[in-house]
Design a protein around this ligand. Sequence first.
Ligand code: NAD
Ligand code: MG
Length: 363
Amino acid sequence: MAEEKLLVKRDGEFCYPIYFENDFSFLSQALTDEGLAGKSMCIVSDSTVAPLYADQVKAELLKVSDHVYQFTFPAGEAYKNLDTVQDLFQCLIENGLDRKSLVVALGGGVTGDLSGFGAAAYLRGIDFIQIPTTLLAQVDSSVGGKTGVDFRQFKNMVGAFHQPRLVYMNMATLQSLPEREFGCGMGEILKTGLICDKDFFDFVCANYKIIRTMDPEMLAVMIRKCCAIKAGVVERDPKEQGERALLNLGHTIGHAVEKLMNFNLLHGQCVGIGLVAAAAISRERGLLTNGEYEQICHSLKLYGLPLYVEGLSPRDILAATKKDKKMEQGQIKFILMDGLGKSFIDKTVTDQELLVGIHAICR
Ligand code: NAD
Ligand code: MG
């Protein structure tokens, strides 16, 4: 039985469906329903995910396609780069994938971003679908159509907007996810609540015990709600001309920390640290009370996320923050909070204020 799917729209028109399932058994039907059966397909996954799930997915795809190929790359952010994209192109060419073919991204955000970008560029753009297997990918990176890779030390520097034809979540895949990775997804989930939905933030905090046991029903409710919130933001502003920038809450200083730590801290962990910094600046402006600030810190602790970073100098973090690609004509586009569940874009944050945020996260 298929669960109720979420329909993502663009310019008011139906764009693609998100399926929330607990196994892969509805995948072939989903492909058929979206008119994707019969295409040549290439499953893209990393060296951790492929041994776990590629066979199951391949078996499903073979029900609707005679040509299913596989491309596997080494797991990790370090491989989200143009070299891996080139290897992917080589595989697509060698197997004769054409304009009508389909790329199937099976894995976390790294796989989704890389495959989506490969699909956007190959033959000037072919279809792709997302089968996200990390919590972060299910609630965040698979929704919204941003794809891309890192370039040298610059994160997500090269990319494209390319919407998937469908997103298929098998939430049971989360059962094999390491706890640290699960926590990273929770960082983005807490962020989503803080941006625009206090009830959702409170729900995620209040139910932390059961969420941490990976209770399937609770996960389903949380993931679906988080996707619906993100899809709403993205529908209203697909190319980040306004509201979508709110999704960068915690990411400005978070990205700087991520970079300076040489990617030794995971993205979601850096987002958590970035949320603390953004909360400290918001508190400094009188937009958050001490109690609200503490509540944000507490929420991160509930999910085992770090609040501080050690061994970095505040000046270095400031410099790295100001190099962020979200600068607009020399002025940083910062996301501040105005109470819990409300946020806004602010282009007036001074270096001094940034340092208040940075000092809050340095130990
Ligand atoms: P990831 O894809 O590297 O996955 C994390 C680790 O978990 C990897 O080692 C992976 O092999 C492993 N893994 C994946 N699924 C598993 C499973 N079910 N069981 C066991 N292990 C599993 O990283 P991520 O955290 O999913 O995503 C982070 C990436 O997503 C970053 O590159 C970030 O820039 C990107 N991102 C993109 C967007 C977007 O809008 N496109 C949004 C947020 C993040
Ligand atoms: Mg993020």
